[in-house]
Design a binder for this molecule. Structure first.
Ligand code: AMP
Ligand code: MN
Ligand code: ZN
Length: 869
């Protein structure tokens, strides 16, 4: 089976899920039927979530970094990662203001009166009042279940005279009104445990706290037995609180009297408590007479250090990576489970986490709302095959963990229900992968194990009566001819000395899996004859050794990326009418935002627009449209463009596999992917394609013919309907109809443009011309087999550039040396003790069975005709 899942595979699968999900929505007939079975249309499409009414969303669910506030006049000097009030806070850190929080050293019990603020006018008045205060207390309540990043649902402010409760949902777009009082360093803001509040205020409102006193920090310095607010309320004010209310749904309106009381409690006594703590800090005797430490200074210093923090979105190398790591660590110790199965589960968990991450972003839901960690683990263990099974497993595991107790947390979630087909597809896809990449064995006629191969090669020998099957599991054949030049006859040649199979690292015999020493993202781009030394660079490793080798390889990939100046992921892509230009080279760092978008960003945006555009708040809609517009380099975006954007980055190979699985048709109108640093073929592709992209279709259909007739699964006529545009009209129209709703809402787009779009694209404008000049020429290999497998979302484009660079600069020797470096990485990571005799880092010779070899040039034509991939 295939080793630990690669990032490419994950991305490819996530990509397929996206497209799968999109087509469920696109075909109204299919959609209706499906929902009959699983009830309800996509919940978040109908449900009125309060955040849908936010006009300004500072932190969106995309992968793009959070943009911090820029003070007027300071735009130029402030870099992205700098606190906009760094100078102000820095001076407070040096010289804290001496503050007396209350004048009368008393507090009033909480009365029934407080001020509820939910209009902009009231907020203006409050800002005016607060600007005259020297100190006020603040707390916020968050909502995080039905939102990906969470949002501030309530803000409580207390002065010596009054409690204010601000409806930060109703006033979400106006909260900037309070920015200046929070940034005013002459006004002290008292919080209890402000670490999160400070970041939440930045995230939602660009509010930055300057001059803060955190009562929790004071507790730390005073070595209080506890530093919770409940403790302070109890000991200083004799007030007991029920902290369980903290987890209430703070989106509720009107808030219950109980919740209001809880919320006010959190701030009402803070000024008094702060005052007591300040006095204690000032009275606290130093540890030794020489100790000049000013404890109040220290508390103030620590508080303002909290203000210095900057909100940032979490970044992961792969979507869902951290969640999958934690689920793995909690669930993979199941007893009696084989290592093979363990590895398979690991892959599934990873895939499911990636899916969940994507769904949560698109629907603006928390991860746990979409699918619980327990459910992911259970799905990975049971690997269900049908929607009903999936449905049952999720419900069962959530009930047994008490997770569906709350009506706000239905199980399975509407997201899981409505996308259960996608889940099914993912789980099946994984199983298929496992079958595809079975390791087979080739024995010589005297029973000596010669090498490993895949099933295709095994069948090649069997069909020609050159070998007979000797074992089924794992599949093994024995050659019926004497291979020319046994490995052991030759100097420095590879062979396997023992019939016993074991981990080449530690000698483990009970389980082992195939490991590729040269990562596939490079190897797939090697010239065909260099790929042939498979058996030398594919070894068996136990699961533990495998992990070590894999992580060393991933680390080394990063080194390669740095050394060659070729990033692991495509940085930016831009559309030039008929083709997509991907920038992989490091020069892309200089590209401004206007010249491209990341493929992942583009896909997420297009997907969200197609599925949920009609229900999106206009601000979010505009932001997402901007990403698509940036990609196409123009202001008008049609429904077709959105569809096309969805397919960008998926390799033709991936799309075909997807279509084959689904029996769906996709209209291919572009997808000539050209890498910057590549090539000359742009002009040619633009000329060759007529406006309907029929050349592409023709090329595709011949492939289909071959593919389907050969496998015997489909008739020829079926094959051709897959690619003719008339056959795809139904689906296509459905999706256009879907997207028209979106178009209605985007004012700049005129309906007529939709039908004229293709015509319009043909006319080259000067900016297209200018962009083309960005691209140096070299020979494009767009027609080669490997390009069809490259997804823009994985490491494939990186591998392609590295290999082309090596070939160009050093020829095949460059590739040989590159392979040697990878073998050294492997040896250094594993210190293998059981490598076959003759295995060598410097290996370069050919593995050859003589004239019957599948690698023999005379046979290569035959082999290629049989090589379906
Ligand atoms: P507090 O600082 O106690 O006012 O809490 C502010 C917000 O943080 C609450 O509205 C909750 O959304 C969130 N929060 C804090 N602690 C927890 C917890 N233990 N469980 C869930 N949410 C919490
Ligand atoms: Mn609170
Ligand atoms: Zn091992």
């Amino acid at each position: 089976m295939e080793a630990a899942i690669s990032i490419e595979t994950i991305n490819a699968l996530v990509a397929m899920v996206c497209v799968a999900a999109f087509f469920v929505a696109a075909s109204s007939v299919r959609r209706w039927r499906r929902q009959r079975t699983f009830g309800g249309i996509c919940c978040s499409e109908l449900e009125d979530k309060p955040q849908n009414r936010f006009k300004r969303v500072l932190a969106d669910n995309s992968y793009s970094p959070f943009k911090h506030f820029k003070q007027e006049g300071k735009e130029k000097e402030i870099s992205l990662r700098m606190h906009p009030f760094a100078d102000e806070i820095a001076s407070l850190l040096e010289q804290p203001p001496l503050t007396t929080f209350m004048t009368n050293h008393e507090y009033s019990d909480m009365s029934n009166s407080y001020v509820w603020i939910d209009t902009e006018h009231q907020l203006d008045l409050l800002a005016g009042l607060l600007s005259k205060e020297r100190v006020f207390a603040v707390d916020t309540e968050q909502h995080s279940l039905r939102s990906f990043l969470g949002f501030t649902a309530l803000m409580q402010i207390s002065t010596q005279k009054e409690d204010y409760v601000i409806d930060t949902i109703a006033l979400h777009d106006s909260m900037g009104i309070l920015r200046s009082v929070f940034a005013d360093s002459s006004i002290c803001k008292v919080f209890h445990g402000a670490d999160n509040d400070v970041l939440w205020l930045q995230r939602d409102f660009h509010i930055y706290v300057v001059n803060m006193f955190d009562t929790a920090k004071a507790c730390e310095i005073l070595s209080k037995p506890q530093k919770s607010l409940a403790y302070l309320l109890e000991t200083y004010c004799g007030v007991s609180t029920d902290k369980t209310l903290q987890r209430e749904d703070w989106r509720l309106r009107p808030l219950s009297a109980e919740m209001i009381e809880y919320a006010r409690n959190d701030v009402h006594y803070l000024l008094y408590i702060a005052d007591c703590l300040v006095s204690e800090l000032k009275r606290k005797p130093p540890a030794s007479p020489d100790d000049k430490l000013n404890f109040f200074f220290e508390a103030s210093h620590r508080s303002n250090m909290v203000c210095m923090q900057l909100y940032a979105k979490e970044v992961e190398s792969t979507p869902g990576a951290s969640a999958s790591a934690s689920i793995l660590s909690r669930n993979l110790n199941i007893e009696g489970i084989t290592s093979w199965r363990r590895l398979e589960m690991k892959d599934l968990i990873w895939i499911l986490c990636a899916w969940r991450d994507l769904m949560a972003r698109i629907h603006d839901e928390s991860l746990r709302y979409v699918l619980s960690d327990h459910a992911i683990a259970a799905l990975a263990v049971k690997a269900p095959k049908s929607p009903t099974e999936i449905y049952d497993i999720i419900l069962h595991v959530d009930i047994s963990n008490g997770l569906n107790a709350h009506p706000a947390l239905p199980s399975p979630s509407p997201i899981a229900k409505n996308h259960v087909e996608d889940l099914c597809f993912l789980l099946q896809e994984m199983n298929a992968n496992v079958d595809d990449s079975e390791t087979c064995w080739i024995y010589a006629s005297d029973g000596r194990l010669l090498c490993y191969c895949d099933r295709r090669k095994l069948e090649w020998y069997v069909q020609r009566d050159l070998a007979r099957i000797v074992e089924d599991d794992p599949p093994a054949i024995m050659l019926l001819f004497e291979p020319k030049g046994r490995p052991e006859d030759e100097d420095n040649e590879f062979y396997i000395q023992s019939k016993k199979n074991m981990c080449v690292g530690c000698g483990e015999k009970s389980h082992y899996i195939r490991y590729r020493i040269i990562p596939s993202c490079y190897r797939m781009h090697f010239p065909e004859h260099l790929k042939s030394h498979r058996s030398h660079d594919i070894v068996l490793l136990c699961v533990d050794c495998h992990e070590v080798a894999h992580s060393a390889a991933e680390k080394y990939k990063k080194k390669v990326a740095q050394e060659f100046g070729i990033p692991l992921f495509v940085q930016k892509i831009v559309n030039l009418g008929e083709s997509t230009v991907a920038t992989v080279a490091s020069t892309s760092v200089n590209l401004t935002e206007e010249t491209g978008v990341s493929p992942l960003q583009l896909r997420t945006a297009a997907m969200a627009l197609l599925r949920h555009g009609s229900n999106m708040p206009s601000g979010r809609l505009e932001e997402l449209m901007q990403i698509v517009k940036t990609y196409f380099g123009r202001q008008e975006i049609s429904a077709e463009d959105l569809e096309a954007a969805l397919l960008v980055g998926m390799s033709p190979h991936e799309r075909r596999r997807f279509e084959k699985k689904r029996g769906l048709s996709i209209r291919h109108n572009e997808q000539n992917i050209i890498y910057k640093n590549d090539t000359s073929s742009i002009v040619q592709t633009a000329e060759d394609n007529d406006k309907n992209g029929s050349m592409y279709v023709a090329e595709e259909s011949s492939e289909y013919k071959f593919k389907y007739t050969d496998s015997g699964q489909r008739s020829l006529s079926n094959a051709s309907t897959i690619v003719t545009s008339s056959a795809s009209l139904l689906d296509h129209n459905a999706s256009v109809a879907n997207s028209i709703q979106i178009l209605d809402r985007v004012q700049e787009i005129e309906q007529e443009n939709v039908s004229n779009m293709n015509e319009g694209n043909k006319n080259e404008n000067p900016s297209d011309e200018a962009r083309r000049n960005l691209i140096p020429s070299m020979s494009e290999v767009a027609s080669s087999g490997t390009t069809k497998k490259v997804s823009l979302l994985g490491h494939g484009p990186h591998g392609k550039q590295v290999v082309e660079h090596l070939l160009c600069k050093y020829g095949e020797d460059g590739i040989q040396q590159f392979c040697q470096r990878w073998r050294k990485v492997f040896v250094d990571a594993i210190h293998p003790r059981f490598l076959p005799y003759g295995w060598d880092i410097m290996h370069s010779g050919r593995r050859d069975f003589g004239e019957y070899s599948v690698y023999s040039p005379a046979k290569r034509a035959v082999q290629e005709a049989n090589d379906l991939d």
